[in-house]
Design a protein. Structure first.
Length: 82
C-alpha cells in the first residue's frame, strides 16, 4: 500500500534540511519491508528496500532535481511453506 501521508512527512523533512546534510528517516515499529522510490530530473530513479529496524539515509541535494518520492509498505503474510 502506498503511503501518501508518510511521503508528505518525508518531503517536509527534506525541505527543512540544508543542502549537503544527511536526511535520516526511521521507520520505528514497522515490521514490514518498505520500498522507497525517488525520481529525479533526466529520468533517473533510485529504489531502495528498507528492512525493519534500519533507517533510510540520503544526502540532501539542490532544489529542482528531485521530482517525486513514492513509499510503499509491502504486505507480510508470515512465513510460508514452499
Amino acid at each position: 500500500m502506498r503511503e501518501f501521508e508518510l511521503e508528505q512527512v518525508l518531503t517536509d523533512t527534506i525541505n527543512r534540511t540544508q543542502v549537503g546534510e544527511d536526511v535520516t528517516i526511521n521507520f520505528s515499529g514497522e515490521t514490514n519491508l518498505i520500498d522507497v522510490e525517488m525520481k529525479f530530473s533526466g529520468g533517473w530513479a533510485i529504489t531502495q528496500t528498507i528492512v525493519p529496524g534500519k533507517p533510510f539515509v540520503f544526502t540532501r541535494g539542490e532544489d529542482g532535481f528531485l521530482q517525486s518520492i513514492n513509499i510503499t509498505i509491502k504486505p507480510f503474510d508470515g512465513l510460508k511453506n514452499v
